[in-house]
Design a protein around this ligand. Structure first.
Ligand SMILES: NC(=O)c1ccc[n+]([C@@H]2O[C@H](COP(=O)([O-])OP(=O)(O)OC[C@H]3O[C@@H](n4cnc5c(N)ncnc54)[C@H](O)[C@@H]3O)[C@@H](O)[C@H]2O)c1
Length: 267
């Protein structure tokens, strides 16, 4: 279990914006060096610059998690420079939106490649070093979309997020006995730039109001860091999400019926 972040090395993907950026700031405020990566190098460098301007330690690097070579080069560079990685946050997620009958196979492939295989690439690149160290903490970013059904207009996204939750939990079976903490951050609504990444297919689907409170990216970053320090497997963004997740687990049929009624009420 990580007791102090002072002097820790934290590596984050998709950290040029939103939740990753806020988590990098939270970690750096507590004394960690934040290695901020993003497909957009300019964004990564901007976030690193913000952290340094506040007196923290950070580096900005480009890494596209959909490219195996990028991820391998990124991991090699970080491990050569720092020797250890105390915290690894695999955070990238993109959304394809549309009616289930409209989303083409290419959109499925691309979302799976970024959200699920991107997570796998990052874990495969860094885990051998963490296992050899025998310490550290891994965070994946899932979503409440992977915990219970709330929307049918982003099926590739929910499928990949459910997969990220499942792979994180099963990976914890392997990592915890080896001294490595594991957290899956499953936010509901967080105010970020995620809408920029949404690709739409077919006629626009109705906008759904959030069923649970939306939080700021800064609050999300703090929750991730608390989850790391408390070595919590699942970190959610609001107690109402916890109760929805519990209702879902206890009675899937009843939960689905109430969600169908809720969506029909919006139509
Ligand atoms: N914002 C929400 O309401 C919310 C809710 C649940 C889950 N999430 C998850 O949180 C994570 C972060 O999302 P966010 O809301 O902070 O979004 P964001 O768009 O603000 O930040 C995501 C960052 O990822 C980068 N990125 C996109 N594709 C990439 C790639 N192939 N390789 C590397 N970087 C890439 C983007 O450039 C961007 O800077 C995602 O996994 C998302 O699914 C967000």
């Amino acid at each position: 279990m990580i007791e102090s972040l002072e002097g820790a090395v934290a590596v984050l993907t998709g950290a040029g914006s939103g939740i990753g950026r806020a988590t990098a700031h939270s970690l750096a405020r507590r004394g960690a060096t934040a290695v901020v990566s993003d497909v957009d190098a300019r964004r990564a460098e901007t976030v690193a610059g913000e952290i340094e301007a506040l007196g923290g330690r950070a580096e900005g690097m480009r890494c596209d998690v959909s490219l195996q070579d990028d991820v391998a080069t990124f991991a090699d560079t970080v491990l050569r420079r720092h020797r250890v990685v105390d915290i690894l946050m695999s955070n990238v997620g993109v959304i394809a939106k549309g009616d289930p009958l409209e989303i083409p196979l290419e959109a499925w492939s691309s979302v799976i490649d970024v959200n699920l295989l991107g997570t796998v690439r990052v874990l495969r690149a860094f885990l051998p070093a963490l296992v050899e160290q025998g310490r550290g903490h891994v965070v994946t970013t899932g979503s409440t979309a992977g915990l219970f059904p709330y929307a049918h207009d982003r099926l590739p996204y929910v499928a990949t997020k459910a997969a990220v939750v499942a792979l994180t939990e099963s990976l914890a079976l392997y990592l915890r006995p080896r001294g490595i903490g594991v957290t899956c951050f499953c936010p509901a609504g967080v105010m970020t730039n995620i809408v920029e990444q949404i690709r739409h297919y077919g006629p626009p689907t109705p906008i759904q109001p959030p069923q649970v409170p939306v939080i700021s990216a800064e609050e999300a970053g703090e929750l991730v860091v608390e989850g790391i320090l408390e070595n919590r497997l699942l970190v959610l963004t609001d107690p109402s999400v916890e109760s929805m997740a519990q209702r879902h687990v206890m009675d899937r049929e009843g939960f689905l019926t109430s969600q169908v009624q809720y969506l029909e009420g919006l139509a």
